[in-house]
Design a protein around this ligand. Sequence first.
Ligand SMILES: N[C@@H](CCC(=O)N[C@@H](CS)C(=O)NCC(=O)O)C(=O)O
Length: 291
Amino acid sequence: MSELPEYTPPKVWKWDSESGGTWAKINRPISGSTHEKELPAGKHPIQLYSLGTPNGQKVTIMLEELLALGHKGAEYDAWLINIGEGDQFGSGFVDINPNSKIPAMMDHSAAEPTRVFESASILFYLAEKFGAFLPDDHAQRTRCMNWLFWQMGSAPYLGGGFGHFYAYAPVKIEYCIDRFAMEVKRQLDVLDKHLANNTYFCGDTYTIADMAIWPWYGGLVLFNQYSAAEFLDVASYKHVNRWANMIHERPAVQRGRMVNRMSGEPSEQLRERHDASDFDTRTQDKIGDET
Ligand SMILES: N[C@@H](CCC(=O)N[C@@H](CS)C(=O)NCC(=O)O)C(=O)O
């Protein structure tokens, strides 16, 4: 085990704003807005304020899937919230999500304009609104919700635990990396065993549970998330790989993954989406730094 400086926690924790690490600049121990900023609004009933992280992708995949199914009411404007620059602390964003995290959504087609935050809540809201990607049968619906809630409870160990200490922390701490690598491998094993006997998370039906799990665990096995594919030996989870590849083949998933993205191939970054044609005309390779 590597040597770390001796640390005795003080009686009362105090905020050290210089604690270091990739996200130190934006992390704060207090909630609420830091500055006044109204959010823009476009022409569509659904206004999404997000970023193309795994949590953001869940919602853009769902919206693109709904549109692919012919639900015209799912047309949306997707505005970029740059969390590295602190946009999530603007007053307009905090009015929608007091928790200052993407994704956040406004539905202006409801009798009362409706604010929706937390990615699973948004997925569930859209599934109920359009009657899609959520089984009607109570037993099947419960299966779907089990896995949806599984994702919400489990992914913080992957992102906030493993990803943070393996990729972002200013020092590599063996104890923390061990603890969270063990948990993430256990989670991958849970998924792998389930997918050995099920095409999707809910048997033969593609649901919001798949849309929630894929950007995180699919990202790990397909896109070398956190540069950890080799370290976690993700290739050994054969059924997760089979499922992840199958979901990735869906055109709506490929589109959803491009929306509000700020990294990767410029041709796969559609930083803001206001129209279906934007996928052909407004990607970063075509417009450069115009946005
Ligand atoms: N449980 C939330 C988590 C959302 C979340 O963690 N969003 C991150 C980006 S993936 C964020 O906005 N971080 C900004 C911050 O922590 O200040 C959800 O699923 O919607």
